[in-house]
Ligand binder design. Structure first.
Ligand SMILES: *[C@@H]1O[C@H](CO)[C@@H](O)[C@H](O)[C@H]1NC(C)=O
Ligand SMILES: *[C@@H]1O[C@H](CO)[C@@H](O)[C@H](O)[C@H]1NC(C)=O
Ligand SMILES: *[C@@H]1O[C@H](CO)[C@@H](O)[C@H](O)[C@H]1NC(C)=O
Ligand SMILES: *[C@@H]1O[C@H](CO)[C@@H](O)[C@H](O)[C@H]1NC(C)=O
Ligand SMILES: *[C@@H]1O[C@H](CO)[C@@H](O)[C@H](O)[C@H]1NC(C)=O
Ligand SMILES: *[C@@H]1O[C@H](CO)[C@@H](O)[C@H](O)[C@H]1NC(C)=O
Ligand SMILES: *[C@@H]1O[C@H](CO)[C@@H](O)[C@H](O)[C@H]1NC(C)=O
Length: 421
């Protein structure tokens, strides 16, 4: 009979923990335990726990091994029975993981199970340095985006690297496309399968640093819980009579009938907002208010029959259709109409003034004309007095111009010229 209180957990890596058995109940023989319990990494986050069968087990015992996992002293309730001498489990690496196994004879009430044999895997590195909040989103069945934050005890220059592996990949891969945004690290890697695939392997993600001080962390994720479809784009939005027809793009990476859509719409006031669920990439809204403007948006969600993800795509851009003029249009009208009226008035006034000048030219004042005549005569006499014979030709040309241009002044000017010569 096992006595849990007498068990002595050993904290050293690879140590086997022995349970002291107090004795055997009368008549029931206690089975010998398995031996040489050990483990090895078979992938970045996957362990193969192995042991040897117990000796001297009677041939009429249908021997099986029962095993279980304890993480940070918390039993994980992952009891399994098997006939093989190994068990493959995932590991998280940032917490202590204990594995325990015992032998049992099935259908045999004459022997009791052996004591538990245990070994533990202790975390490496300094506590609090492991990446935290590790999460991944599988975008459009095309690529995986994983994000995490540095552990609180990790230096600001910690260079976390992400490695991933899934069944079907020969060796694990290192993610190469890193980003850093507001203290959150991210890495993107391709993750796609042939379109006809409908089961996807679990993916193991390991985030660690080359430094021994940084504690590594592992996570195993079921990709179907991480699916996020691409944002739909509007393809058509049209109105025939009182019916609005809508069509949007369909993601070509998803198998047929694995997405449904939510179309959200409202006509101006947000209180009228409605959401309808659609299984196709098009729909129509019958008997809409012909005088209202309608605003639409659409998003995609994986169907539960295909994926267990609860993630929607982002909402598409909003698109509108309908006659109702919106407030910005009114605003433009209010500003534009008075402005147009004002500008046209000014143009009209200027034009009218010109027209007035044309129709009623100003009556010439005879006194002005006389004054100008005499003024010019004086000026000419001064100018001519300075002339010498070299400029005679120039003067002649000027005279000719004056003759032809100002007929009324011709006699006086020629006179004065002659006088000066
Ligand atoms: C685990 O180790 C055992 C013993 O070495 C081996 O027989 C078994 O194939 C291993 N399991 C896996 C999944 O590699
Ligand atoms: C198994 O049985 C053999 C012979 O019966 C004996 O010599 C040996 O000590 C036994 N081993 C154990 C572990 O009891
Ligand atoms: C074991 O079980 C069988 C039937 O399943 C029963 O006849 C027998 O008495 C049991 N023996 C003990 C020791 O309990
Ligand atoms: C992280 O990488 C940068 C650039 O490669 C390097 O300068 C820095 O020393 C590294 N930090 C650590 C802790 O190794
Ligand atoms: C890295 O990721 C960005 C998006 O964050 C993407 O635009 C870019 O093409 C990627 N680079 C490579 C080499 O895959
Ligand atoms: C990821 O996939 C895209 C297109 O499928 C390809 O262009 C790109 O080279 C791939 N990147 C890597 C790192 O494999
Ligand atoms: C919408 O779905 C129909 C039928 O599946 C398809 O023929 C059409 O190409 C899809 N439209 C778009 C924009 O993907």
């Amino acid at each position: 009979m096992d006595r849990p209180g007498a068990s002595l957990p050993c904290w050293l890596l690879l140590a086997v923990c022995w349970v002291v058995t107090a004795g055997t109940a009368a008549g029931a023989k206690v089975l010998p335990p398995p031996s040489n319990l050990d483990y090895s990494f078979i992938q970045i986050c996957t362990l193969n726990w192995t042991w040897n069968p117990p000796e001297n087990v009677s041939s009429n015992c249908d021997l099986e091994y029962s095993s279980d996992i304890v993480i940070d002293e918390i039993p994980q309730d992952k009891r399994e029975w098997s006939k093989s001498h190994f068990r493959v489990t995932d590991t998280c690496l940032n917490e202590e993981m204990r594995f325990k196994v015992r032998s049992e004879c099935k259908y045999d009430n004459t022997s009791k199970p052996s004591r538990w044999v245990e070994t533990s895997l202790l975390p490496k590195g300094i506590p609090g340095t492991a990446a935290v909040d590790l999460g991944c989103v599988w975008h459009n069945l095309e690529y995986m985006v994983c994000t995490w934050r540095p552990g609180e005890n990790a230096g600001s220059d910690t260079n976390y690297s992400l490695f991933y592996w899934f069944d079907g990949l020969k060796n694990h891969k290192k993610c190469s496309n890193y980003s850093m945004h507001q203290g959150t690290f991210g890495c993107i890697f391709n993750f796609s399968f042939p379109k006809l695939t409908n089961t996807y392997p679990a993916i193991s993600i390991l985030v660690r640093d080359d430094s021994e001080e940084i504690r590594p962390v592992c996570a195993s994720k079921n990709p179907t819980t991480l699916v996020k479809p691409a944002t739909p784009r509007w393809v058509k939005l049209s109105k025939i009579d009182d019916e609005i027809y809508l069509e949007w793009s369909e993601s070509d990476t998803f198998p047929q009938n694995c997405l449904f859509y939510e179309v959200g719409y409202h006509n101006g006031d947000v209180d009228s907002a409605q959401i309808i669920k659609v299984e196709t990439n098009y729909t129509s809204i019958p008997s809409v208010d012909p005088n209202s403007k309608y605003i639409f948006k659409v998003r995609a969600k994986p169907k539960p029959e295909c994926y267990s993800s609860k993630l929607y795509s982002d909402w598409s851009e909003e698109k509108s259709i309908g006659e109702k003029t919106d407030s910005t249009f009114y605003f433009v009208l209010i500003i534009a109409i008075p402005a147009i009226v004002a500008v046209s008035t000014i143009i009209l006034l200027v034009y009218l003034k010109r027209l007035k000048i044309l129709i009623l030219p100003p009556i010439p004042d005879p006194r002005e004309i006389l004054k100008r005549m005499f003024g010019e005569q004086n000026d000419d006499s001064q100018g001519c007095a300075k002339d010498d014979s070299v400029n005679a030709l120039d003067r002649f040309i000027k005279e000719e111009e004056i003759h032809s241009l100002i007929l009324t002044e011709t006699p006086e000017c020629t006179n004065s010229e002659k006088e000066n010569r």
